[in-house]
Ligand binder design. Structure first.
Ligand code: SF4
Ligand code: SF4
Length: 113
């Protein structure tokens, strides 16, 4: 799973902002960059080469993948799917979230207990 496979969804977002009011992370932080709308803008910039993967870890992990934005979006865009693909590629590139990495390691090593 790589982000490039989801390029069509990123390009389809029209930045209308309808999804913002339904995003629990945006409501909690009131940071535009945590909304689905701005995540698509950030990932568009990444695909254009204006941002680097190393700059995106915090923003991409600030999403519960609840899919509330998809139910609000008039185009039904699967933003959580895009975020999941971007996270997978972040990990492959060595920029995964350290806390998530630790939890995954603990699950692997302690699952026999
Ligand atoms: S999937 Fe992520 S961006 Fe969409 S509403 Fe849930 S927390 Fe917000
Ligand atoms: S994800 Fe959908 S609702 Fe949200 S800004 Fe993009 S087009 Fe609008």
């Amino acid at each position: 799973m790589v982000l490039e496979d989801y390029r069509h969804i990123i390009m389809e977002c029209v930045s209308c902002g309808l999804c913002q009011s339904n995003c629990p992370i945006y409501k909690q932080t009131t940071l535009e960059s945590n909304s689905a709308k701005d995540k698509m803008t950030i990932l568009f910039a990444l695909l254009r080469g204006w941002l680097d993967w190393s700059e995106l870890t915090e923003r991409l992990y600030e999403c519960t993948t609840c899919r509330n934005c998809q139910t609000t979006c008039l185009s039904g865009l699967d933003i959580a799917g895009v975020v999941e693909a971007a996270r997978a590629e972040l990990v492959e590139r060595g920029y995964g979230d350290p806390v998530s990495d630790k939890i995954a390691e603990n699950l692997r090593t302690k699952s026999d207990m």
